[in-house]
Design a protein around this ligand. Structure first.
Ligand code: F6R
Length: 607
């Protein structure tokens, strides 16, 4: 959840560290700090607040060519200056930054305290600095190896020692760590965006590895001290993709990128001529695909909602029994792995701990788990048995938007592939493929409605509670609409199947609780209109997202946003966009920090 960055080279480290932290601020951001090495000492500057607050207290003349930085999302210990990283040992010569949770830190802390080590923070991370100090005899790398052998939990760590100028030592278990190779300079970071301005050459550090870095060299070993030969990868992302490019917020930019990002997810994969999908990364032959009798999808948050749409499609269109489940629940319920089942782990970041650990548990039981990820080289992408990249480009805003529609795209392609291998005719396949190919253009048309949606946000943003209601394939979209609104505007919102409200939630309806109904022109339209009337009859205000030309709905509801007509299966793409924009504009109306909502972080690497 936290972001880390380390630098050694020929430039002033403080600038590079602050700039790297700024780019990581979206990951975790209640406090930040840097430690810069120079002249036999490490100068630590850290502060509660944003990177700009930190920048203000970093002396312009702080010199030093190597150092570490951290942006914190608090887990152990309150948010204050002292608990911010880097943490040091008692001599102040060793400094560390840590991402993850040390589960056995209390035991280690008690032992170290009894040996005379003095703790000054409430964090779990501080034990790392003292442990390294307890083992240090002139070689940082050796002391780090002994230290990590005692740690239980998750960590991405970068450490420096004042007496070993220009050297960074990194270690990883469960929290991402990537090495960036520049010219006469090296970087260590939790995420590629922190170093993308300097290099595209990266080496992904794996769990259990320790890497020692100097400006011109790196060496990676495992816990048995064996050298590991690493491959250097080239990052595909461009620097512009991690900048706002004229938009006020990353979320706004990412919502608007969807016509292009959906197109990218289907490029080279949607075959209208043969009416099928090509997904090379699955690593499964046609025969193996044909033998699949059940599909199970695991994911968290927005990715889970995409998985729910996927499960609806696979079952109703490809006629393969399919379920989507929260990854956090899968891991601990001793799941049964059936031989002819195929699993998907869906994760934008590819680092979500709940999904990663559930995937590993399933793999231990013999499951084949494919990843649907955005971040290339992420842990889920690497550890899965195959998979598909969604190619959204970097998603920086905490609230996921374009990743959702790209994840959907992959599920539509997989459904088409599987359905065509079974009962779906060429004609039906062509209709499905054509409808899918039109989605990017139609999303553009929905984006053109943003002024109307902004007005709606002005009208409704003061409401304290919202209901989001949909049915069938749009039910997960209602859940997603509610999630978007609550996470960035902090307004309470519940997503339900519209049919379900009469079983309880209708008790919430009064003139102050607006309901957002998703009404497509599918076989459930009349039923959902009945649900809508039930709300109106109780004086509830109704906003409908409905299909262009639906006069009947327009007449009943208080406000309406229309989307173009499409094949009934394609509506999730078109219905989710107004909900994303609505959440965005409500958050603006309420003066929220849209890209960095309180308490949340991108990439949740703790359970
Ligand atoms: C919501 C959101 C989260 C993530 C969830 C899973 O806007 O961003 O709910 O969807 O934390 O993250 P990934 O997809 O990275 O596994």
């Amino acid at each position: 959840m936290c972001g880390i960055v380390g630098y050694c080279g020929l430039k002033q480290a403080s600038n590079i560290l602050l700039e790297g932290l700024k780019r990581l601020e979206y990951r975790g951001y209640d406090s930040a700090g840097i430690g810069v090495g120079n002249d036999g000492k490490i100068t630590i500057i850290k502060k509660k607040g944003k990177i700009k607050d930190l920048r203000e207290i970093v002396p312009p003349d702080l010199r030093g060519f190597w150092g570490i930085g951290h942006t914190r999302w608090a887990t152990h210990g309150e948010v204050n200056d002292i608990n911010a990283h880097p943490h040091t040992d008692q001599t102040g010569k060793i400094a560390i930054v840590h991402n993850g949770i040390i589960e056995n830190y209390m035991t280690l802390k008690e032992k170290l305290s009894s040996e005379g080590y003095n703790f000054i923070t409430e964090t779990d991370s501080e034990v790392i600095a003292h442990l390294i100090a307890s083992y240090y005899d002139g070689e940082l790398e050796k002391a780090v190896k002994k230290t990590v052998a005692l740690l239980k939990g998750t960590y991405g760590i970068v450490c420096v020692h004042a007496d070993e100028p220009g050297k960074l030592v990194g270690a990883r278990n469960g929290s991402p760590l990537v090495l960036g190779i520049g010219e006469d300079e090296m970087f260590l970071a939790s995420d590629v965006p922190a170093i993308l301005a300097h290099t595209k050459q990266v080496v992904y550090i794996e769990d259990g590895e320790i890497v020692t870095v100097t400006p011109n060299s790196f060496n990676t070993t495992d816990h048995l001290e064996r050298n590991i030969l690493k491959t250097v990868d080239n990052v595909e992302w461009e620097l512009e993709e991690i900048e706002k490019g004229g938009y006020t917020h990353f979320m706004e930019k990412e919502i608007h990128e969807q016509p292009e990002s959906i197109m990218r997810a289907m490029r080279g994969r949607l075959d209208i001529e043969l009416a099928t999908g090509h997904l090379g990364g699955l690593n499964l032959s046609s025969k193996e695909l044909l033998n699949i009798e059940r599909v199970k999808i695991i994911a968290a948050g927005t990715s889970y909602h995409a998985g729910m749409v996927g499960s609806y499609l696979l079952e109703s269109v490809a006629r393969i029994p399919c379920t989507a489940e929260l990854s956090s629940e899968v891991r601990y319920r001793n799941p049964i792995v059936e031989p002819k089942s195929l699993y998907f782990a869906v994760s934008q970041s590819g680092e979500t701990a709940d999904t990663l650990y559930a995937m590993r548990e399933l793999q231990r039981k013999g499951a084949t788990v494919l990843g649907i990820c955005n971040v290339v080289g992420s842990t889920i992408a690497r550890e899965s048995d195959g998979g598909v990249y969604i190619h959204s480009g970097p998603e920086i805003a905490v609230a996921s938007t374009k990743a959702f529609t790209s994840q959907l795209t992959v599920f539509y392609l997989f459904t088409l592939l599987m359905a065509r291998m079974r009962h779906m005719s060429y004609g039906q396949g062509t209709e499905f493929a054509r409808s899918l190919s039109k989605v990017p253009e139609q999303v553009k048309k929905v984006l053109d409605k943003k002024e109307e949606i902004k007005e709606l946000a002005k009208k409704y943003s003061k409401a304290k509670d919202f209901l989001f209601l949909g049915r069938g394939i749009n039910y997960p979209v209602a859940l997603e609409g509610a999630l978007k609104l609550k996470e960035i505007s902090y307004v309470h919102a519940e997503g339900y199947s519209a049919a379900e409200i009469k079983h309880g939630p209708i008790a919430l309806i009064n003139e102050y609780t607006p309901s957002v109904f998703l009404v497509s022109d599918d076989s459930l339209r009349d039923k959902i209109i009945s649900n809508l009337k039930e709300v109106k009859a109780r004086k509830g205000k109704v906003i409908a997202v409905a299909v262009e030309g639906d006069e009947e709905v327009a007449e009943i509801v208080d406000d309406i946003i229309t989307v173009p007509h499409t094949n009934e299966l394609m509506y999730p793409f078109l219905m989710v966009v107004p909900l994303q924009l609505f959440a965005y504009y409500c958050a603006l109306e309420l003066g929220r920090n849209v890209d960095q909502p309180r308490n949340l972080a991108k990439s949740v690497t703790v359970e």
